[in-house]
Ligand binder design. Sequence first.
Ligand code: AMP
Length: 218
Amino acid sequence: MRPHALIFLGAPGAGKGTQAREVAKHYGIPQISTGDMLRDAVKRETALGLAAKARMESGSLVPDDVVDGIVAERINQPDCANGFILDGFPRTISQAQFVDRILAEKGEGRPLVLDIEVTEDLLLKRLTGRRTCSVCGEIYNIYFNSPKVEGLCDRDGGKLMQRADDNEVSIRQRLEGYHRQTSPLIEYYRGQGVLLSLNGDLEPEAIAKGLLDYLSKA
Ligand code: AMP
């Protein structure tokens, strides 16, 4: 049986969002991306967005209690009843303990944690080349997966945007934050026996295929 909660772990640019999207589509369960939720709050200029904006643009993490709160609210929505995918959360040990508590309260078993490992050179190209459709959120890359018409989404013609934090200074900060605050989660979940490491240097389609094969047998 597929675990109730799937967690994607990995450095910025590892392809968490791309893989999470595929798995979400396959199982018909929601992909909960804290980065997307926070970017949406920034765009709508809500109190949350205004509080998070500066930290996000500089590439540092938003405080645990703020992110824990939005995740808890989202997980309690009815569409999460059959399971959900966490993409970009947890990113600190404290957030991981928060997820453990929520799953225990709901009477759910342990999550399955998918750690996407990518070499640093490739991460940098993925981040600097990333473009996202402003309409549907489809992810492109000018080096590896460019759209048919430059700057426009193949699916709906939406304008492709570069994220505000995909600049060199923020990227360096995010990678440093990943190594210091998030990579300890690998050992945390390995210790729980719930970690699956994936070779993120492969083509996204190959990673997705391997992952879906694994989940179908899990
Ligand atoms: P992402 O789209 O996952 O790369 O997230 C973009 C930015 O949103 C991060 O650099 C953080 O500033 C913020 N963010 C997203 N998820 C979290 C989280 N779990 N904890 C703290 N900050 C987060």
